[in-house]
Design a protein around this ligand. Sequence first.
Ligand SMILES: [Zn+2]
Ligand SMILES: [Zn+2]
Length: 338
Amino acid sequence: MTMKAQFEDESNRTVVLEKGWIQVKVPVPFSLKWVNSYLIPETEGYTLIDPGLRTDAAIRMWDESLRTHRIQWTDITRIILTHQHPDHYGLAGYVQEKSGAKVYLSRRSHAYAIRLWSENSTFAEELQNLYAEHGMPAELRAAIGANLSTFTAMVSPQPEVTYMQAGDSMEIGGTSWKLIDAPGHANGQLCFYNSERGWMLCGDQVLPRITPNISVVPGESGDPLAVFLNSLDELRQYKVTLALPGHRDPFTDFAGRITELQEHHERRLLRMRELLAEEPRTAFAMCETLFGSRLRGNAHNLRFAMSETIAHLVYLERKGFISSTLSDGVFHFALSAV
Ligand SMILES: [Zn+2]
Ligand SMILES: [Zn+2]
């Protein structure tokens, strides 16, 4: 399978893939660098997958990229969102206003978006309470709460949504795609598989060079890491010749990347058990040991690291390798007695 771009525009923001698909690298103001949108030609107009985060830079880039490809906003006839994270969902309402297109999202993803960004959202407080129980100092919790509130503008206006669900099939780009439930990174996320070509639109579930973030969400009692690893096992069953991810570039070794991700988590879990063999720790202490205290200056990255650390500890506790005790309102984790 050749992945050679037919051409790239001056700013290298768009790449024309096979079948006339256009990969658009939408800038995001985080270390992720960009989020991928895909413009897919239809008999009439285009389907747009994941328009990106709403920032002035992203809107400028869209105006330029559409002009380069001689596409009008009103040529976008449908918007499909793989999941609800702001870097994918944020511009959906804006593009819907410009184009009049329907926005498709899973019901579960939409519920989460409403929970985060509705006017009466209590999510930021709930997250800070969760972090307090896991030993994070108050000033860092406050910085994370403040950082979270900056996202509301980057997802506004919010779209009117039409639901789609796992198990459905959708016609996209003249061929049929199966919708696959892909939870763990974002509950409600969908991947899209076309068996004829062996193409998988995989959202953030399987990314090249980046390990998808796995977060414990306040008020959700599950085990997101176990759910994520199970989803990877399921996705591995599909014969994939080309994976189209939410970040970085399309890639071919889908099963190989799944193995790498699973091995990454196995190493991380083992390292945590070694650290807890040295001494019991809170999740925050574990997070600082693993990721370093430099994260204290970056509320966004600290939130990802902290939620991911809690997810790994929850996984180990559910497997019985470690146990937690609550003292003065803070959980302390220790290796289970053998
Ligand atoms: Zn995501
Ligand atoms: Zn993403």
